[in-house]
Write a protein that binds this ligand. Structure first.
Ligand code: GLC
Length: 746
């Protein structure tokens, strides 16, 4: 049944302003904006700078009155299409200037059809897939009247203790940038289309470096690291046309990012020429008081407005203080005009003044079969095969009996992951449901544990019995969704509860043991990996987790995902990222004297005078870019078009990849570069390209990468430079291995 709410709203107030300016030649958007601002009172301008949560003004009548009086520029967390349409109509037809409202919502990895968490989507290394997914999210969200999402989040992070690592695309700036651009394009699509939703590049900037992974915490990021890593995805998003940015909570080198002129003005506006709008993160302007960077809301308002935050989310530092700050001469009305111009520009770019506001809610839009199918495909491609000893996987659908066990085998809400405001666990197809549909009575399902943190062994006996009566065991381990996401930092990144103990008991049955891990972060699962015959890392895969896992377990498709973040052996190894520096005393595994191997009466002063841990060693659990498939790919014939590159030139690198196994599969071919000597120390490797290929057994293909001198540019603390010298390159399956070559940049 279609409920078609068709509202044709034309910006009457705006058009009136234009026609009234008959003597002026308002032929450019900027002139129109300036004209409109010139006709606004200071209170109306300040009103545009306020975003409030639904209910802020009281009941709907009070809300409408506030809109008529121009006290608000945007709402967040209002999702009823009829109320949104009604309020929009009031804004455009009953307020003095007819300025439309933005309706914001956290549509992070899906609206009702939920896709894998972004860290999972990044594991597909297929940005195009994320673009399709976010386009679906925009179609569903806009059908409810939402026209602004607070996504994509593009905070680079090395720290699995940080709960919001789930919401980003991992540790690499290039991979994160590609996904950020794809998601911006997915959300915004064609801005003239009613399904367009303004994207929001967040959290600007450096939030992923919060100390010890404790959310909202201090970040110290030297400018080379800030520019060579953390700013890159935001620059890519700005260049891709992201209409909005969100400033963050973190204190960056002593200056909170919601009051940071260096990042918000010098870089974003002066260097990049960004013309979009910056919104604060919930209360982050007022939180400058907690940071000890402002004495009160008035000072906080002045700092933020000068730095360049255009709109305040949720708190009222601006509404309560900007007029007085102007009277005090602390800020100028021109500064207010600049902020308001950014806001109105976004609303014009969105076409909100002109296009008819068509919104319809229909079963065809929400959870459409094509949306669910896309969610299933994205989930399949986001899962990473970490281990598959003796080709334990794939299983046959004709298996006599399969034990399906674990706290996440039938957790419809948890499989959706963090940051789903409108997703519903009841929409989920869980692994228990999916495997039950395929196997019927040949599935022996036992939860074994009621939830991931369960510490009761009361379900163990039944689980062990189910395993003994089956030909193989599928154990769904991991974290409930609440254990990752905003503010949900974990100092210990192991499997919660007593899952490990149950896995050990299942191992004792001697049956093939397959772990499927659902989590919002890289977990320290070394011990569990040792016990299992096969491990599939599923992240939190979304609405269609069950069918997607079944597709891979039974070999309808081969797993193809690769890790977008390093897996550490334990929290003590953090930070560990692949583009680390070589140090003055680099160690290899051969240098490590492990703690248990040290002679009891050792009198040595040191175990080697090299950079390592004597318990963790020098390698992570799993390297960035790692992922297996059901086949084997052989890399051969690395070729460089030249051994030399000029400072404005490029070279082409290629390698042959052959499927030497028995299964058709996709492979993500990666290009890494090492700048051996620089004016600052350089990473031992940097991802400079990646391509996904699909090969049938026996097939071979040649993958080419064009590497330009510009790709070798970096910020050395003083300037962006391209420095001549020796470079190493690799084309390979992950950050740890590959065919190696060298070239010289002249
Ligand atoms: C939150 C988050 C931000 C989100 C905003 C609105 O605190 O930090 O990512 O978009 O508030 O919900």
């Amino acid at each position: 049944m279609k409920i078609r709410i068709l509202l044709s709203i034309v910006g009457l107030g705006f058009l009136a302003a234009c026609s009234a300016g008959s003597g002026n030649n308002l032929d450019t958007q900027e002139e129109k904006i300036r004209q409109m601002i010139s006709e606004m009172t200071l209170e109306e301008k300040i009103g545009q700078m306020q975003q409030v949560n639904d209910g802020f003004f009281g009941d709907d009548e009070a809300t409408k009155q506030a809109i008529r009086e121009g006290k608000v520029g945007s709402f967040l967390n209002m999702i009823e299409p009829d109320r949104i349409a009604e309020f929009q109509k009031v804004a455009i037809e009953e307020s003095k200037h007819g300025i439309p409202l933005l309706f914001g919502r956290d549509v992070i990895h899906g609206f009702r059809t939920i896709f894998p968490i972004p860290l999972g989507m990044a594991s597909s290394w297929e940005p195009e897939l994320a673009e399709k997914a976010m386009r679906i999210a925009a179609i569903e969200a806009s059908s409810m009247g939402i026209n602004w999402t607070f996504a994509p989040m593009m905070d680079v992070s090395w720290d699995p203790r940080w709960g919001r690592i789930a919401e980003g695309c991992g540790e690499d700036p290039l991979l994160t940038s590609e996904f950020a651009v794809a998601m911006v394009k997915g959300f915004q699509g064609d801005l003239n289309d009613p399904t367009a939703v303004a994207a929001c590049a967040k959290h600007y900037v450096g939030y992923g470096m919060s100390e010890a992974g404790r959310d909202y915490n201090t970040t110290y990021i030297p400018e080379p690291l800030l520019r060579n890593v953390h700013l890159r995805p935001f620059k890519a998003a700005a260049d891709a046309g992201a209409l909005t940015f969100m400033s963050a909570f973190n204190d960056l080198n002593g200056v909170p990012t919601s009051g940071n002129e260096f990042t918000l003005k010098t870089i974003l506006r002066d260097e990049w020429g960004y013309k979009g709008m910056v919104v604060s993160d919930w209360g982050s302007i007022e939180e400058m008081i907690n940071h000890g960077f402002a004495a009160d809301k008035k000072q906080a308002a002045g700092i933020a407005v000068k730095a360049g935050v255009d709109m305040e989310m949720a708190t009222t530092c601006y509404a309560d203080n900007l007029a007085q700050l102007i009277k005090d001469g602390a800020i100028s009305e021109e500064q207010i005009n600049d902020r308001v111009a950014n806001i109105i520009r976004v609303k014009m770019e969105m076409g909100l003044f002109k296009k008819p506001y068509n919104s319809f809610v229909s079963a065809d839009t929400i959870l459409a079969p094509s949306h669910l199918e896309m969610s299933r495909e994205v989930a399949r491609k986001s899962m990473v095969l970490l281990k598959n000893n003796n080709s334990t996987l794939p299983l046959s659908k004709n298996i006599r009996s399969l034990a399906v066990i674990g706290p996440l085998a039938d957790a419809g809400r948890d499989q959706l992951g963090t940051w789903i405001f409108d997703g519903n666990g009841d929409d989920s197809t869980t692994p228990k449901q999916a495997f039950g549909e395929i196997l019927g009575s040949r599935m022996n399902y036992v939860d074994g544990l009621e939830y991931s943190r369960d510490k009761s062994t009361k379900g163990f006996a039944q689980a062990i019995a189910a395993a003994k009566n089956s030909d193989a065991v599928l154990f769904f381990a991991g974290e409930e969704s609440i254990l990752s996401g905003e503010a949900n930092a974990r100092g210990i990144i192991d499997l919660p509860g007593i899952q490990t103990e149950l896995i050990a008991e299942l191992k004792k049955t001697g049956k093939p043991l397959i772990l499927v891990v659902m989590a919002g972060r890289p977990l320290g699962i070394g011990a569990e990996m040792d016990m299992a015959d096969a491990v599939l890392y599923a992240w939190h895969p979304g609405t269609m987790a069950g069918p997607a896992v079944a597709d891979l377990i039974f070999g309808d498709f081969s797993p193809s995902g690769k890790l977008p973040v390093t897996f550490v052996k334990g929290a003590g190894q953090i930070p560990f990222y692949y583009y680390r520096k070589n140090t003055g005393r680099p160690a290899t595994e051969n240098d490590v004297v492990y703690i248990d191997d040290i002679p009891r009466d050792s009198k040595q002063l040191s175990l080697g005078f090299k950079s390592m841990h004597i318990d963790y060693g020098v390698t992570p659990l799993l390297p960035f870019g790692f992922g297996l498939s059901y086949t084997e790919f052989k890399y051969e014939n690395l070729k460089l078009s030249s051994g030399e590159m000029s400072k404005d030139g490029s070279i082409t690198l290629s390698a042959d990849i052959r499927n030497v196994g028995n299964f058709e599969a996709e492979e993500i071919v990666q290009l890494y570069v090492h700048d051996k000597v620089g004016s600052i120390t350089r990473p031992i490797k940097e991802l400079k390209g990646f391509k996904k290929i699909n090969l049938k057994p026996g097939d071979k293909t040649t993958v080419n990468f064009d590497l330009n001198a510009k790709d070798l540019q970096f910020f050395n603390g003083d300037a962006y430079v391209i420095e001549p010298g020796d470079f190493e390159v690799w084309i390979g399956p992950n950050s740890d291995e590959g065919l190696k070559g060298t070239f010289v940049l002249k």
